[in-house]
Design a protein around this ligand. Structure first.
Ligand code: 26V
Length: 852
């Protein structure tokens, strides 16, 4: 340690960094100005930063520098950044209040944020200053950054998209509140035991989270259960009262969402469930302490854990409780704390649009109806008109089994008033259908919110579609299929309601932060403006022809690979071979994404080499990296993880393929690992069966970081290929109509196996027990599934995939051609910024205006 802290240092709070207590958030700050606008204040200096940091270490962590742990230092650094952003946060809130304009309330059960420290430093323009300041204190910035446990409050694409969107909205100065759940345990931590996935709880809060601001004093009561009662008031008006039988309190936790270098800080508000009374006095006094505490545990279970399923809803009651819990808190919060007192709710849509991130928050629709009708005295029609103007719905899937339905019995037991309102909405809607089509009862049954089979249930996607002012898919192809296949009756009924907004990713986190050396190379060539104007990457196109630039670009890639090697060595004891092409497939493990197809490619190469049919000297060295979590109850997905690990063990130990094939499967793929893997990748695997992947967003991150894609004509791959150009993308596989035809004709995977010796060889090798110590039973379920079901037609696309991989192989041998294509991928992927997605939402769906 080089600096000794003077414990008596007197630190004067300045206007830029008011010393506000941890529990003061923006929403309920006094309405008079509490902090001066940061505009015009001199930028912080390294010395100033050091002082502030040491002050935080001393007075917040209660330690001197020489006694401080890495966690103390991380917490102090976080507080320093937080203090700096605080004035801007308060200022943003004041602006929202004094000059209200229409904003967005993003309702999402998931936010997969990733680490906060680096992002918040970047957005506040402090990253270089902080690094230098820490150096002066003898501290390695990288070590502090890796101290942070990322909040994994999401499963995958949908949650990460929400995080990218709120980043973009803050950067574009659009007023937005993100609402969600503060799960005490996020997505499980994945470990491997003998190659099998074992889940560990993710206690991300164990060492404290410096980014959150709790407001227990603003808790919201949320009711459940009970019954409803009809009555007539003095004016003879019918009235319904919900008499619930239990409740919990939602405590808000606020998180800063800083825009990139624009002085704006929006809010993410996540709700945590608490028991209404810490101890039920009566039970307590009766001596039944255990029962009293159990009631508390029951309430707190609601926000305890994120459900790790990401495609097959289990219809679990606790999940419906979670959904209603966060939505009820959020609507209450918006109406009672964000809107000014006395605001006329007839005009609600002039202030806010509630964007429904998939069907998870759709119970907000009857909740708003309940508020308007039961609490505010609106008539049904009147309330319905307002409600329809205030919601919009994004669908993120095409898999029929992923569409949420709730048994009527359960919904009615948990939320009796909401079920009544859903029935009323349905009656009102079906009347319109009958008006339009006469008594086409088949159609009426098809379009009803209530399904009758296999049990009576509520189709949440239909409710969302009926209530939403707009319904969008997340890539052009997906939106088309949504109209034609998932909701055809509805798109016929309301053609103008349906629209597309292609997903995007934030270039701040996924290029500027994750790939600092590429960012520097880009900025040195075309200036810095690309970070929030990503289309400017086009200006890189001419550089693809410049040999010096290509060399520099290759050096960036090589540096990123080195950094990854070091990380994997430390983190997973994986030693990557040097000089290999890095071929990466990272995403949730799901049959439709077809990790098994990737595996067949790999096992084929291995088999062909050891059988002497393929000369390894004709191959480039290739390392294949997998990263994937399987839903804990998804057997086929977990078996596939096991198989990948076992193939890796055998292949990596076999001298005959040394230097040519290597497989790495680091456990616990998450945002933090993605930020290291993606910038190092040469080849991006996007190989879902056409018509299955709604969009994909990993595909965009890879292209933006200069990897070439091998992919099917699916999701956003279609648009990526259009943008980067056919000759810079390795396309293979059936198109969606071909998939549909084959399915209609009757698909027989066995016939592909029988007629393709390479494929047969690979599958037989797996079946032989070669990867399971001779035990043929271990992977029998995978083999027989492929041969007899193969729902996602991996075998049908196998030959075409192998072909495309051969093209990859040949192209990679031409270093200049490959680099040129990689640069053009970067230059032409600006469209996939989430800033552009936000512009599309604003123009087509929200009609909000940025605050200048
Ligand atoms: C569904 C369920 C069902 C039950 C329990 C928990 C749970 C959690 C999440 C989901 C949503 C699955 C849908 C999803 O994640 N879709 C992905 O959305 C991405 C962003 O739009 C898109 O890029 C991916 O293609 C799509 O699979």
């Amino acid at each position: 340690m080089t600096t000794q802290v003077d414990q008596t240092t007197h630190h004067e709070p300045s206007d830029e960094s008011p010393r506000l207590g941890r529990h003061i958030g923006p929403q309920w700050a006094p309405t008079h100005p509490v902090a001066k606008a940061p505009v015009g204040t001199p930028p912080p200096t390294v010395d100033g930063f050091v002082k502030e940091f040491l002050h935080e270490l001393n007075s917040n962590q209660g330690v001197s520098l020489s006694d401080s742990s890495v966690n103390d230092q991380y917490m102090a650094l976080a507080s320093t950044v937080r203090n700096y952003l605080m004035a801007r946060w308060l200022e943003t809130e004041r602006g929202n209040r004094e000059n209200p304009s229409k904003g967005v309330a993003y309702l999402s059960a998931e936010y997969l944020l990733g680490r906060q420290l680096g992002n918040n430093l970047l957005s506040s323009g402090l990253i270089d200053i902080a690094e230098e300041a820490l150096k002066q204190c003898g501290i390695d910035f990288a070590v502090l950054r890796s101290q942070e446990v990322e909040p994994g409050l999401g499963n995958g694409g949908l949650g990460r998209l929400a995080a990218c969107f709120i980043d973009s909205l803050a950067t574009m100065s659009v007023p937005c509140i993100g609402y969600g759940i503060r799960y005490e345990y996020g997505i499980f931590r994945q470990t491997f035991v003998d190659g099998r996935q074992v889940e560990q709880p993710d206690s991300w809060l164990a060492l404290g989270c410096p980014w959150e601001f709790a407001h227990p004093e603003h808790g919201v009561q949320v009711n459940f259960g009970g019954r409803t009662e009809k009555s007539t008031d003095e004016q003879g008006k019918e009235k319904t009262t919900w008499i619930p039988d239990w409740n919990v309190i939602g405590v808000p936790y606020n998180y800063m969402v800083p825009g990139y270098l624009n002085g704006r800080v929006n809010t993410l508000r996540l709700w945590s469930a608490q028991a209404t009374k810490a101890f039920d006095l009566q039970i307590f006094n009766s001596g039944d302490y255990a029962t009293a505490v159990r009631a508390q545990t029951f309430a707190e279970n609601i926000s305890k854990v994120l459900y790790p399923e990401d495609s097959t809803p289990q219809g679990k009651e606790l999940r419906l409780q979670q959904q209603y819990f966060f939505v009820a808190c959020s609507l209450h919060d918006y109406i009672h704390h964000v809107l000014p007192e006395g605001f006329d709710l007839h005009q609600l849509d002039e202030r806010i649009i509630f964007q429904l991130n998939d069907t998870h928050p759709v119970i907000a629709v009857p909740e708003l109806m309940r508020i308007l009708v039961d609490e505010e005295g609106f008539g049904f029609e009147e309330a319905w008109e307002v409600t329809q103007r205030c919601f919009a719905y994004t669908c993120h899937t095409l898999l029929p089994e992923a569409l949420e339905v709730w048994p009527v019995e359960m919904l009615g037991r948990l939320l009796p008033r909401h079920l009544e309102l859903i029935y009323a909405i349905n009656d009102h809607f079906l009347e319109q259908v009958r008006e339009r089509y006469g008594n086409d009862e088949m159609r009426v049954r098809r379009m009803s919110i209530i399904a009758e089979h296999p049990e009576r249930s509520v189709r949440m996607a239909y409710l969302a579609t009926i209530a939403g002012s707009k319904v969008n898919g997340v890539a052009a192809l997906h939106s088309q299929l949504l109209r034609d296949k998932v909701l055809p009756d509805f798109s016929e009924f309301w053609p103008e309601k349906f629209t597309n907004v292609t997903n995007g990713v934030t270039p701040r986190r996924f290029v500027r932060l994750a790939n600092r050396s590429l960012s520097t190379l880009i900025s040195d060539s075309i200036g810095k403006g690309w970070v929030n104007n990503l289309e400017r990457l086009r200006e890189l196109e001419p550089y693809a022809e410049d040999p010096d630039f290509r060399k520099a670009f290759r050096e960036v890639k090589a540096g990123n690979k080195q950094r990854l090697s070091k990380l994997l060595a430390d983190r997973d004891e994986i030693v990557l071979p040097e000089g290999h092409m890095l071929d990466v497939m990272v995403k949730r493990l799901h049959e439709y994404k077809r990790q098994s197809l990737k595996l067949l490619h790999l096992v084929t190469l291995y088999n062909e080499i050891i059988e002497g049919r393929l000369d390894p000297d004709t191959l480039q060295g290739r390392t294949m990296v997998f990263g994937a979590k399987a839903a804990p109850g998804y057997k086929m997905a977990k078996d596939t993880i096991h198989l990948i690990n076992k193939v890796a063990e055998v292949v990596n130990a076999d001298e005959r393929v040394k230097g040519k094939l290597f497989i790495a499967f680091p456990a616990n793929y998450n945002v933090t690992l993605a930020e290291k893997l993606i910038p190092a990748a040469d080849l991006s695997e996007q190989i879902s069966l056409a018509g299955m992947e709604a969009s994909g967003t990993g595909n965009m991150k890879f292209a933006l970081n200069g990897a070439l894609t091998i992919g099917t004509d699916d999701g956003a791959n279609v648009e990526i290929r259009e943008h980067v150009g056919d000759e810079h993308f390795f396309l293979f596989g059936m198109t969606e109509p071909e998939v549909a035809d084959l399915g209609a004709k009757g698909y027989d995977p066995g016939s592909y196996y029988e007629s393709d010796p390479r494929l047969k060889g690979a599958i037989d090798l797996i079946a032989s027990g070669a990867f399971s110590g001779g035990d043929r039973r271990t992977f029998e379920p995978i083999v027989s599934n492929l041969l007899t079901q193969d729902r996602f037609m991996a075998l049908a696309d196998y030959a075409s995939y192998m072909d495309a991989q051969e093209r990859v192989e040949a192209y990679y041998a031409d270093e200049d051609a490959w680099t040129r294509s990689a640069i053009l991928n970067v230059a032409r992927s600006g469209y996939f910024s989430s800033d552009r997605s936000m512009k599309d939402y604003i123009r087509e769906i929200w009609h909000t205006t940025p605050v200048l």
